[in-house]
Ligand binder design. Structure first.
Ligand code: SF4
Length: 305
């Protein structure tokens, strides 16, 4: 069977079984082509909540499927590749965060959406990479414990200097691995290109950016900019997707290492197997976890509006 034969079969099965496929933007092009919705993780959860189908297959990592379930507890949510996790989302245990809360009892716990549902139950408010600055500015507390990404936390602290923002070592191993030397080298090789950086990168790299923002914000910046050349400092699939979408512009990857193995674990066969009920993993959470983890998400939505 060819890739297009398999894509055709998947499209037929989706329609026949009334199943929605959600694909994060870091997925490969063949998966994005068969998805009903593509985008950042939180956007996928929101569109899934409004979608009429009662079953969703998530092409992404485990915390994303959990977030879909939190926003749509009545739906069946299946993660297409059972082993796709996120080292950053899973870097802390509940005990780690409880210990930190004891060290910083007066700090508001702000959790990046890239956390497990279990950790969300301990957070006061959730943020996405595009809303972190706005939410931290808006919350009444001036002492914040930011988990789990120290780099997004450091970027937010820089943008909200009037608040004390405590971060904890860790972060996304894919973005945080990019060095200042690599970023400087890329700028030297492409002197006319705008450098677009995800704030999960280390502060010295983010500081070099012409624009720093979430994946969706980076894509929008490239679409709306008058510039013709861009160095993309986030997962390499974004440079590829932008190059397909905007063939008159040039997109350069900053490093061949900017590939998330977990995001790339999902294959079309995983989606097919999940559709026929022979693959994927169903997301199960207790009612208590759903209720408790939803509090910080609802707070983010209230403040964000
Ligand atoms: S790119 Fe980083 S944050 Fe995103 S899923 Fe991969 S490891 Fe997690």
């Amino acid at each position: 069977m060819t890739v297009s034969d398999l894509q055709k079969k998947i499209m037929e099965l989706k329609a026949e079984k009334q199943i929605t496929v959600l694909a994060h933007s870091y997925q490969s092009a063949p998966i994005l082509e068969i998805a009903n919705y593509t985008g950042d993780s939180f956007r996928l959860s929101q569109v899934a909540a409004e979608d009429k189908n009662k079953t969703c297959i998530v092409c992404g990592v485990h915390f994303m499927a959990e977030t879909v379930k939190l926003l749509s507890p009545e739906k069946e949510v299946i993660l297409a590749h059972p082993g796709a996790g996120c080292p950053m989302a899973e870097q802390f245990t509940v005990e780690d965060i409880l210990k930190l809360k004891r060290v910083y009892p007066n700090h508001t716990v702000v959790a990046y959406v890239n956390t497990t549902a279990e950790l969300k139950t301990l957070a006061d408010v959730c943020v996405t990479s595009s809303s972190a600055v706005k939410i931290c500015e808006a919350i009444p507390s001036d002492k914040i414990l930011f988990i789990p990404d120290c780099n997004l936390g450091a970027y937010t602290a820089k943008m909200v200097p009037e608040k004390e923002i405590v971060t904890v070592k860790g972060g996304c191993p894919v973005h945080a691995a990019i060095t200042l030397d690599e970023a400087l080298k890329a700028k030297k090789e492409h002197p006319g290109a705008k450098l677009l950086v995800h704030p999960e990168c280390i502060p010295s790299v983010t500081a070099l950016a012409d624009f720093a923002g979430s994946t969706a914000a980076i894509m929008n910046y490239a679409r709306n900019s008058d510039s013709k050349e861009f160095i993309i400092c986030t997962e390499n699939s974004i440079a590829e997707h932008l190059q397909y979408e905007l063939p008159d512009k040039d997109f350069y990857i900053l490093s061949s290492r900017l590939i998330c193995p977990d995001m790339k674990a999902t294959t079309l066969m995983d989606v097919y197997n999940a559709l026929i009920g022979k693959g994927g993993v169903r997301i199960e959470m207790s009612e208590d976890t759903i209720k408790s983890a939803s509090v910080c998400i609802n707070r983010m939505l209230e403040i964000g509006q």
